[in-house]
Design a protein around this ligand. Structure first.
Ligand code: ADP
Length: 429
């Protein structure tokens, strides 16, 4: 017999129609709204579609118009099955693309016969003289709904922006308020732990104070990250620019991260970037950006893995300007931080640069800077991107996908414009 798709949000109606039609030997597929109806119709190619008109989201008219516009479904009969029995409703359904109209409540004795007729080729049509008037009415209805939807979306978007601003304000206030007491605590701890200060601490107390120091360091890192994100968002990140050798930046970042890699039995293999022309940037901020990238490489790569850092100078023919890069005489340096880790799914490759975005369950947070897959608070990449973009550069990731078993790895690409030639004043190499 035939395969029939029933698009209907009311479960009791779905059950009734399913029973009646299955008793008549048909197979019944179900969809609860218009979008699901379109998806199931595309996948299953039913022989006939029964369409409720009052369904949430896209209504039955719009769903019908869409299904009829899909080439492989344009000849599939769609029958409106609806309680809308006002004057003109039938014509409206036919104008939207339906091939027939069965009013609700359905007559269970008649339904199998009605369906068989439509399967056999029966089609209803709006009389030609009335067609253009109904078409005009239908398109007006569509435009009105579109207008309402755009209005709703605009309002929802404004509300989301307001919430986002509130979130940014909260981060900024929290970070500023936490900074002062943390500084005080660190000050007292430093005095207590200073051997010159003359305190007689027994070993257990010294141990506990060291534990507190670790905790305070971690809190300070988080607060600093929150402050940095606030600055990046507000466009107030100050850069102290000077001509820099990329080899010094990379060497500094590797030195900072090497102890963490060693804890994990990993190797960091970095080019020496010998002979690269200088870039013009803020040494401390760039060190921070590359440290974040290398640290992620360590955290998201299993023990014994490898992090490689290499690069190239890209001499452009000068069309970088058209691609939105700032004035940099067209040349830039590209640095790649490649790991042999768990990789990142294509759909996450842009999102991971959003603040607080984490791919995995936040309950798996770790305070360690090296623990395998031990996530932080999700600011590292947002800060790295903010810093690199403030230098007129770009950062993006390439990875086959996320697979902790096969470990396809990830490649983070960074481009930074070279210093204009009149700024390349110091010798490198
Ligand atoms: P955090 O590491 O603090 O969670 P980040 O902003 O540094 O925050 O990274 C965001 C997310 O991106 C991480 O939670 C992780 O899921 C993913 N990620 C970042 N770097 C890598 C990498 N090298 N390999 C795999 N996943 C990564």
């Amino acid at each position: 017999m035939s395969r029939i798709l029933y698009v209907e949000d009311n479960p009791a109606n779905r059950l009734l129609v399913k029973r009646v039609l299955e008793a008549a030997g048909h197979t019944v597929l179900e969809a609860v709204d218009g979008l699901e109806g379109i998806r199931v119709a595309r996948e299953a190619r039913p022989d006939l579609i029964l369409m409720d008109i009052n369904i949430p989201g896209m209504d039955g008219f719009e769903t019908t118009t869409k299904i009829k516009s899909i080439p492989e479904l344009k000849d599939t009969p769609i029958i409106a099955l609806t309680a809308r029995v006002m004057d003109g409703d039938r014509e409206m359904a036919l104008t939207a693309g339906c091939d027939g109209y069965i009013p609700k409540p359905i007559d269970v004795n008649l339904l199998p016969l009605q369906v068989t007729e439509f399967l056999g080729g029966k089609r209803e049509e709006v009389p030609a003289a009335q067609k253009s008037a109904y078409l005009r009415q239908y398109s007006q209805q569509l435009v009105e709904r579109l207008e309402r939807k755009i209005d709703e979306l605009t309002r929802a978007n404004a509300e989301l922006q307001r919430m986002d601003e509130l979130k940014s304000r909260f981060i900024s206030i929290a970070a500023h308020e936490l900074r002062t007491p943390l500084t005080v605590m660190r000050g007292y701890l430093t005095i207590l732990l200073d051997p010159e200060a003359g305190f007689q601490l027994d070993d257990r107390i010294a141990e506990m104070l060291k534990g507190m120091e670790k905790g305070i360091n971690r809190l300070q890192r988080i607060v600093n990250d929150m402050l940095d994100v606030t600055k990046i968002e507000g466009g107030t990140l100050e850069l102290h620019l000077s001509p820099l050798a990329i080899k010094d930046i990379i060497r500094g970042a590797v030195q900072q991260q090497l102890p963490f890699a060693q804890q994990r039995g990993q190797q960091i293999i970095a080019d020496d970037f010998h002979g690269y022309p200088p870039i013009y940037g803020d040494a401390e901020r760039l060190l921070q950006a590359f440290s974040n990238l290398i640290n992620n490489g360590i955290k998201y790569t299993p023990d014994g893995g490898t992090i490689r850092i290499y690069g190239q100078v890209i001499h452009s023919d000068g069309d970088w300007h058209e691609q939105g890069f700032p004035a940099c005489e067209g040349d830039m340096v590209e640095i790649i931080v490649e790991d042999s880790g768990i990789g990142i799914d294509p759909e996450d490759q842009e999102r991971i640069f959003l603040r607080f975005y984490e791919v995995k369950d936040p309950s798996l947070h770790s305070t360690s800077q090296s623990q395998y897959m031990g996530g932080g608070i999700g600011l590292g990449l947002a800060i790295a991107r903010g810093i690199i973009e403030a230098h007129g550069g770009k950062v993006w990731v390439e990875s086959e996908g996320h697979d902790p078993e096969k470990c396809p790895g990830s490649k983070f690409h960074v481009t930074i414009p070279l210093a204009p030639s009149h700024q390349r004043t110091f010798s490198i190499g």
